[in-house]
Design a binder for this molecule. Structure first.
Ligand SMILES: Cc1cc2nc3c(=O)[nH]c(=O)nc-3n(C[C@H](O)[C@H](O)[C@H](O)COP(=O)(O)O)c2cc1C
Length: 364
């Protein structure tokens, strides 16, 4: 079955929740590249939220909308309390993590091991839905350990949907709960995207978002004909300019023109200046930008400058602009003519003039 991409469906392009990666600065950056993508926070556990610094966990920039808070937890009352906080803070969605395989998360009895307890997940999301009016969604795997049975994930979804949840983000591989690190669990268990398509065929009233190993515009286009949406994780982080191409696929008519890289740089400099005024170190922002110039001559210098502790120590937001002047696509400052110079002598040259352009491409 092929469905036509529905430009009113808010889940057609999502950027995955990624611990330590998709923090608020990363999400602001991604938003500059894709006005329509739905952005997900890193997972926040219910104990961290209920007993920790709520503002530190939940504050975000207004430009991030639409943005979803991902929760890790399993106790219905706690999930409901955290969902309430998410709504009060202005999040557009609250998502429950049923896909994380880490041992620490298993000790807390949530994440992927919840797939073995669909009734508990149903009760948890029912409590969340009772507590808020924003959408409650679930992100899960297609199985755990060696369960290689499509019926397992179909029954999981059908049970959870009894609570009224209608959006399922499916990382289309099993989570092996013993013996693999979280990183290996994103690479080793085989991908079965066809199971996401099968879920859509079997439960067509529900919204299914495919996730796992999707890293090109061609792949996204093909998925959007078969499922309701795609969620991109590592590819968006490592090669963020991909989001510009994906935005073009999902934005529909009347979408603004794709941004120029320079425009993005200028907005990042302004954002960084504002955050630095609020006490954020520049490196907390630049660490997410390293992949922005992948494939362009000078990308190596861009990365080097934006991760150089000495350069970053000055907390000068214009470092981002100066790093971009090392990149082939950056406009070179044209040296002023003798007439323009008059008798004022030589102007100092910008970094773009000093740097030798690298030939060829280098990727992160
Ligand atoms: C560094 C990193 C951290 C992650 N943290 C989370 C998380 O907090 N919550 C979650 O549901 N998934 C997390 N994931 C998994 C991603 O959301 C996604 O499901 C997975 O990477 C597969 O998608 P991809 O192949 O497009 O990267 C993480 C992935 C990475 C690479």
């Amino acid at each position: 079955m092929r469905t036509s991409p529905d430009s009113s469906n808010p889940w057609r392009l999502c950027v995955a929740p990624m611990m330590d990666w998709t923090d608020r600065h990363c999400r602001v950056f991604h938003r500059l590249l894709s006005p329509h993508a739905r952005l997900y926070t890193e997972m926040v556990t219910t104990p961290a939220l209920l007993h920790g610094d709520v503002a530190r966990h939940l504050d975000f920039d207004p430009s991030e909308h639409p943005v979803a808070l991902q929760l890790g937890g399993s106790e219905p009352d706690d999930l409901a309390a955290c969902a309430r906080l998410a709504e009060r803070w202005g999040y557009d969605e609250v998502n429950l993590n049923c896909g994380c395989p880490s041992e620490r998360v298993q000790r807390g009895a949530f994440g992927a091991c919840l797939m073995a307890e669909p009734a508990l997940v149903r009760d948890g999301v029912a409590a969340m839905r009772d507590a808020v009016s924003i959408p409650v969604t679930v992100k899960h795997r297609i199985g755990i350990d060696r369960i290689e049975d499509y019926g397992f994930v179909r029954d999981f979804v059908a049970t959870v949907a009894e609570a009224g949840v209608s959006v399922f983000i499916v990382h289309a591989r099993n989570a092996w709960l013993k013996g693999l690190s979280p990183k290996e669990n994103r690479e080793v268990p085989p991908l079965r995207h066809e199971w996401v398509e099968r879920l859509k065929r079997d439960l067509p009233a529900l919204t299914f978002v495919a996730n796992g190993g999707i890293d090109s515009a061609a792949q996204v286009e093909s998925f959007l004909g078969r499922v309701d949406g795609v969620m991109i994780g590592r590819a968006a982080y490592r090669d963020p300019w991909l989001l510009v191409a994906l935005e073009g696929l999902v934005a529909g008519e009347g979408a603004p023109a794709a941004p120029e890289r320079l425009e993005v740089i200028d907005r990042l400099v302004a954002y960084a200046a504002d955050r630095i005024d609020h006490g954020t170190p520049l490196r907390a922002i630049t660490r997410h930008l390293l992949g922005l110039c992948n494939g362009l001559p000078g990308a190596r210098q861009w990365r080097r400058l934006l991760s150089d502790p000495v350069a970053l120590a000055g907390n000068d937001p214009t470092l981002i602009r100066r790093a971009f002047e090392c990149v082939g696509e950056a406009p070179r400052r044209v040296p002023p003519s003798a007439a323009e110079l008059g008798d004022q002598g030589s102007p100092s040259l910008g970094a773009g003039d000093r740097e030798q352009r690298l030939s060829g491409t280098d990727r992160m």
